[in-house]
Design a protein around this ligand. Structure first.
Ligand code: ADP
Ligand code: MG
Length: 701
C-alpha cells in the first residue's frame, strides 16, 4: 500500500491526483472558476489573464503533489499517447530558481512534430505541431509531472491526433440529438453527451519468461509456439477464482487508477488461461478515451512491479482466445435521461424508438466504417475467428425489441406475456428483463438494455476512432430525421411513418442468431448483401469513399485531406507491423531456433554413435535425427523464402498495394514457416528449445 492510500478509504483517496472540478472550485477565485466552466461548456478559448491564474493554481497544486515538470499529453495517430516534459524552473537571481507556469504554457504547446505520423499532412520543413489544452478532460499528476490533456494539430491546422475528431463528433451528435429532443417537446436539455464504458481484456505472463521471448518483446505476440496439451477447452478459467499473484496485481492496479480518478469497477478472469478483464464505470466519451489510454499504460507499469508483463496485443497466443475491448456506448442528456433507456411513458418509448431506428439505419448504411474502426494487423487475427464477432457488422436487439419493431412495421400491436399487448405511442413499453437482451455474445453491435455494445474493437486500440465514427453516423441519421420532421404538420403520424420506412429499409442489418456460424456468413453475404471486409487492407479504403468523405465533411469532423492522411497512416502501420514480425521470425530462426535444433540433433547422433559402438541398435536415434534433419531443411528453406518476400515487399508501391502484398505474400509465408517450426518444437527437448513454451507462458502465473 502506498503512502497516499495508507489507512485511507477509497472514497478518501479517489481522484487525489486529479486537478478536478472540486479542486478548481477550491483553489480558483470565483470569477476565474466560472470562466473556466464557460470555456468547458462552450469550447471557447480562455482569456490570457485568466489562463495565467489557472496555470499558477495548477502548478502550486501539482508541486504540492511532488511534481517538478509539466507535459502536454496528446494522442497522435500512433494510437499511443505522447508526452514531452518541461521543468517548472526558471532562473532567478544568482544561481537560484523559481517555479513558474504561465497561462500561455498551459494553453498551447509547440512540440517538434516531425517524427509523428501525419500521412503526408506535414512536411519536415513545417515540422512544428501545436498542442492545445482540452479543458473538458482534467489535468493530473503522475510520475512527478503535471499532465495536461491536449489536442494536437499541424502548423496549418490539420488535425494530427485522435482526440480532436472525437470532440468534434461529440459536438455534432449533441446538436442533432437536441433537434430531435425539441420535436418531442423537450425545452430543458441543452447538451447531449455520448457515454462510453470500455471493457479492457489483457493477458499477464511472468516477466522472466516474457524476457526470453524475442517475439513477445518486439511484436507483443508469439510468432512461434506449439499448442499446449491444455488450452481453454475445459472452460475453467472464465470467472474462475483469481490467483493470489494476479489478485495482488489487480488490487495495486485499482488503487493506482482510482488515484487518477478512473472508475475501475469490475475485474475477473477471462476465457483463455492467463487472460483477464477490467471494466470501468462509463463516463463521457472523451474522458473514457483518455482514461482508457491511461489504464492501458498503468496496467503495464504495475505488472512490472509484480514481476509480470501485461500483454495488450489482440492475439498474443495462437489457439486460445485473443483480447478485445467492448465499447459500451449510449447518449445521455444534461437533464438526466439516458436516450437508450426505453423509458416508462408512451412518449418516452416513442422517443427511444426514434433514437433506436436512427442507430439501426446508421449501422446499416455505414457498416464498413464501423468495421474499419476496428481494423489493425493485430485485430485481423481475431475478427471472424470464432472467438470474436465476425468481420461482418450486424446488430442484435433481442427478440422482444425485434417483436416491437415488427409490430411497428406491420401496424399491429405487440403481443407479449399472458395476452397482453402494447401499442406504440399509446402504451408503456413492457419491461424487458435485462438478461434477455444480453444473451447474444456473438453479435458485433448488440443492444444490452440501455446501451449498445460494439464488440469488434481490439484490446490494444484507442477507443477514439470507433467513437468518432459511431457519433458521426448517428448524428447524420438524427439530422436526416430532424430535417424531415421539423416541418411536419402532424408530428406523431409522420414520425411513425418515418420509423416504419426506416425499419423496412434497414432491418437487414438486424440478426439475432449465432454470429459465429457458417450459415450466418453465407446468409449475410449472399442473401443480405452485407459487406464482409475480411482484413485491414479490405477495410481501410472505406475511409475515403465518396460517401464517407461526404459524411465527415458535412459535419466538419474530418476533411478529405485528413481522411486520406489517416488511411495512409493506418495502411503504412499495417505493413510495418507485418514487416517487423517477419524480420523477427527470420532473426529468431537463424540465431536461436536452428542452432538449438542442430545442438539437439548432434546430441542424438552422439547418443546413436555411442550405442552403435557398444553394439546396441541406434534405430530410434537414426529415425529421430533424420526427422529433425528434414524439418531443419524445411525451416531453412521457408526462412529463405520469407526473406526473399520481405525484400520484394520493399519494391511494392506504398499504401494499399504494399499492405495487400504483406497480407497475401509475406503473412502467408510467415504462417508456412510457423507451421514447420511449431512441429519441430514438439520434437525437441524443452531444455534445448530456446523459447519458453506455451505451457510455461500460459500456466505459470
Ligand atoms: P457486461 O457486458 O460484461 O455484461 P456490464 O453490463 O456490467 O458488463 O457493463 C459493461 C460496461 O457498460 C461498463 O463499463 C458499464 O459502465 C458500461 N455502461 C453501462 N451503462 C452505460 C451507458 N449508459 N453508456 C455507456 N456505457 C455504459
Ligand atoms: Mg460486455
Amino acid at each position: 500500500m502506498s503512502e497516499i492510500t495508507n489507512g485511507k478509504s477509497v472514497a478518501e483517496f479517489f481522484g487525489c491526483n486529479v486537478f478536478s472540478d472540486q479542486v478548481m472550485r477550491e483553489r480558483l477565485p470565483k470569477t476565474v472558476y466560472k470562466s473556466v466552466q464557460r470555456t468547458k461548456q462552450l469550447g471557447i478559448a480562455l482569456d490570457k489573464d485568466i489562463a495565467d491564474v489557472v496555470a499558477n493554481a495548477m502548478k502550486d497544486w501539482a508541486v504540492e503533489r511532488g511534481a517538478t515538470h509539466y507535459t502536454h499529453w496528446f494522442q497522435p495517430m500512433t494510437g499511443v499517447t505522447a508526452e514531452k516534459h518541461d521543468a517548472f524552473i526558471n532562473p532567478h537571481g544568482k544561481g537560484e530558481v523559481i517555479l513558474e507556469f504561465s497561462g500561455k504554457e498551459l494553453v498551447k504547446g509547440e512540440p517538434d512534430a516531425s517524427s509523428f505520423p501525419s500521412g503526408g499532412l506535414r512536411s519536415t520543413f513545417e515540422a512544428r505541431g501545436y498542442t492545445a489544452w482540452d479543458p473538458t478532460s482534467c489535468a493530473f499528476v503522475k510520475d512527478n509531472s503535471l499532465y495536461i490533456p491536449t489536442a494536437f494539430c499541424s502548423y496549418t491546422g490539420e488535425i494530427l491526433d485522435k482526440k480532436t475528431p472525437l470532440l468534434r463528433s461529440m459536438d455534432v451528435l449533441s446538436e442533432q440529438a437536441l433537434r430531435i429532443l425539441r420535436l418531442f417537446g423537450n425545452t430543458t436539455c441543452t447538451r447531449v453527451t455520448t457515454t462510453v464504458g470500455p471493457e479492457q481484456e489483457y493477458f499477464l505472463v511472468d516477466k522472466k519468461y516474457f524476457d526470453q521471448r524475442e517475439d513477445l518483446v518486439i511484436t507483443g505476440r508469439t510468432l512461434f509456439g506449439a499448442k499446449p496439451p491444455k488450452g481453454q477447452e475445459l472452460e475453467d478459467h472464465y470467472y474462475g477464482n483469481i490467483k493470489q499473484r494476479v489478485s495482488d496485481y489487480m488490487k495495486d492496479l485499482d488503487e493506482e487508477l482510482w488515484k487518477l480518478g478512473i472508475y475501475a469497477k469490475t475485474k475477473h478472469n477471462e476465457v483463455a488461461p492467463s487472460q483477464h478483464e477490467l471494466a470501468p464505470v462509463f463516463t463521457t466519451s472523451n474522458i473514457a478515451a483518455d482514461h482508457n489510454q491511461l489504464t492501458m499504460e498503468i496496467m503495464k507499469k504495475i505488472a512490472i512491479k509484480h514481476g509480470l508483463y501485461c500483454l495488450l496485443h489482440e492475439k498474443p497466443f495462437a489457439g486460445v482466445n485473443g483480447s478485445g475491448k467492448h465499447n459500451n456506448w449510449s447518449m445521455s442528456t444534461n437533464d438526466g435521461q439516458n436516450l437508450l433507456d426505453p423509458g416508462d411513458t408512451p412518449q418516452n418509448n416513442l422517443q427511444f424508438l426514434t433514437f433506436l431506428c436512427a442507430i439501426i439505419k446508421g449501422v446499416h448504411e455505414y457498416a464498413p466504417l464501423l468495421r474499419l474502426s476496428a481494423a489493425s494487423a493485430g485485430n485481423d487475427h481475431r475478427l471472424g475467428a470464432n472467438e470474436a464477432p465476425p468481420a461482418i457488422v450486424s446488430m442484435f436487439i433481442g427478440s422482444e425489441l425485434e417483436g416491437v419493431i415488427e409490430a411497428l412495421e406491420n401496424g399491429t400491436k405487440y403481443s407479449y406475456g399472458d395476452n397482453k399487448t402494447f401499442e406504440i405511442g399509446v402504451d408503456v413499453l413492457p419491461d424487458f428483463p435485462k438478461d434477455t437482451t444480453d444473451r447474444n455474445r456473438t453479435s458485433p453491435f448488440a443492444f444490452t438494455g440501455n446501451k449498445f455494445e460494439f464488440r469488434m474493437l481490439g484490446s490494444a486500440d484507442s477507443i477514439s476512432c470507433t467513437n468518432t465514427i459511431i457519433n458521426t453516423i448517428v448524428a447524420e441519421e438524427l439530422c436526416q430525421f430532424a430535417d424531415e420532421l421539423e416541418n411536419s404538420q402532424n408530428f406523431k403520424k409522420d414520425l411513425k411513418a418515418l420509423l416504419v420506412k426506416t425499419i423496412k429499409e434497414h432491418k437487414q442489418i438486424i440478426y439475432n442468431g449465432n454470429g459465429y456460424s457458417d450459415e450466418w456468413l453465407e446468409e449475410a453475404v449472399n442473401v443480405r448483401h452485407l459487406p464482409n471486409l475480411v482484413s485491414t487492407p479490405d477495410a481501410l479504403p472505406e475511409y475515403i469513399t465518396p460517401k464517407s468523405v461526404a459524411l465527415f465533411e458535412k459535419f466538419r469532423v474530418y476533411s478529405e485531406l485528413e481522411l486520406r492522411a489517416r488511411t495512409e497512416v493506418l495502411l503504412e502501420n499495417y505493413s510495418k507491423v507485418i514487416n517487423i514480425e517477419a524480420l523477427t521470425m527470420i532473426d529468431l530462426v537463424r540465431k536461436r531456433i536452428l542452432p538449438a535444433v542442430f545442438r539437439y540433433t548432434k546430441d542424438i547422433c552422439d547418443t546413436g554413435a555411442s550405442k552403435e559402438a557398444m553394439g546396441i541398435s541406434s534405430a530410434v536415434e537414426k529415425d529421430l535425427a533424420a526427422k529433425l534433419s528434414s524439418l531443419t531443411e524445411g525451416i531453412y528453406k521457408e526462412t529463405a523464402a520469407l526473406e526473399e518476400k520481405v525484400i520484394a515487399a520493399q519494391e511494392q508501391e506504398c499504401g494499399l498495394p504494399s499492405a495487400r502484398y504483406y497480407r497475401d505474400v509475406v503473412f502467408a509465408q510467415m504462417q508456412t514457416l510457423r507451421c514447420i517450426v511449431d512441429e519441430t518444437e514438439t520434437n525437441v527437448s524443452e531444455d534445448i528449445w530456446p523459447l519458453p513454451s506455451y505451457t510455461t507462458l500460459l500456466f505459470t502465473v
